[in-house]
Write a protein that binds this ligand. Structure first.
Ligand code: DAK
Length: 263
């Protein structure tokens, strides 16, 4: 891999987009490597994934404008599909994904962060969808995910005006969950990932699926999705150990539920 690094330690994987000379912009090779790397993650072993960008300046400065500049309509559509397929894979990954946004998150950079479950960022982060200034629409899910995350009115303002927003505004509108000094960001991401990793993995993955799938349908159908995924947790080692520890009043064990994914 030239542009993607993956480090796995204590059930937490850190995926770094590593093209700092171009501020980690996403060209076809980066997207292909990202796709391959995601396929290679053992989600029975790894309990949470953190995505970040190499260097101190940029998370991802967008899709590669040089590569996009000469695309035909058909090639543009194919490029959009390539990005959308990879981002959808992140969104549907059976483990939680945290975006640790360490600088520019513009265009495709903002979009990849929005395909993650949770976004936290450094104080120097800058978010935006500048596409209309480049003569295109957001093409990696920005028109859809931004509206779902921050509401239609705010999404439309940001997309139509191509206005970039700093970390404090991203926090205020709910695009990120927390802002940290740059040097503390990765530790904060790892701490959050470790907390997730302590919990029952089947329950965590079923929560992700219930929230993601439920948000796409009406409340009645959503509750049926929840019921099925709730039922699916029973008879697992996780559920037996988790509830057993509580009933035995074993606080020590209760904190470190679930040694193993049992299907
Ligand atoms: N693409 C390619 N190279 C980029 C880049 C990008 N998005 N962003 C930065 N770079 C490169 C610069 O060209 C420069 O390369 P060299 O000249 O050194 O070779 C290097 O990174 C450092 O950048 P700067 O010298 O510009 O650094 P500054 O600190 O001065 O400025 C900046 C940083 C982030 C403000 C500036 O680089 C910038 O404005 N970059 C572009 C940001 C942007 O507009 N991003 C959105 C891209 S559009 C679609 C599918 C996908 C998409 C759309 C449609 N369809 C299917 C239709 C997605 C679109 C986008 O993401």
């Amino acid at each position: 891999m030239e542009f993607i690094k993956l480090d796995v330690e204590e059930k937490i994987a850190v995926l770094t987009i590593n093209r700092p000379k171009a501020l980690n912009a996403l060209n076809s090779q980066v997207l292909d490597e990202l796709n391959e790397t995601l396929d290679g993650i053992d989600t029975n072993e790894v309990r949470a994934l953190i995505i970040t960008g190499e260097g101190e300046k940029s998370f991802v400065a967008g899709a590669d404008i040089g590569e996009m500049s000469s695309l035909t309509k058909a090639e543009g559509e194919a490029f959009g599909k390539k990005g959308n397929d990879v981002f959808r894979k992140i969104e549907a990954l059976p483990i939680p994904v945290i975006a640790a946004v360490n600088g520019f998150a513009l265009g495709g950079g903002c979009e990849i962060s929005m395909s993650c479950d949770i976004r936290i960022c450094s104080e120097n982060a800058l978010f935006g969808q500048p596409e209309v200034g480049l003569g295109i629409t957001p093409g990696f899910g920005g028109t859809q995910r931004l509206a779902r995350l921050v509401g239609m009115g705010m999404a439309k303002e940001l997309i139509y005006t191509a206005r970039n927003i700093k970390a404090d505004e991203a926090l205020r509108i709910g695009l990120v969950n927390a802002v940290y000094p740059a040097e503390e960001l990765m530790n904060a991401a790892k701490k959050m990932a470790s907390r997730i990793a302590m919990n029952a993995p089947i329950a965590v993955r079923n929560c992700k699926k219930a929230i993601n799938d439920g948000m796409q349908v009406n409340i009645d159908d959503a509750l049926v999705i929840e019921e099925k995924l709730f039922g699916d947790c029973f008879e697992t080692e996780d559920q037996k150990a988790g509830m057993g520890n509580f009933l035995e009043k074993d606080k020590e064990k209760k904190l470190k539920v679930v040694p193993f994914v049992n299907r």
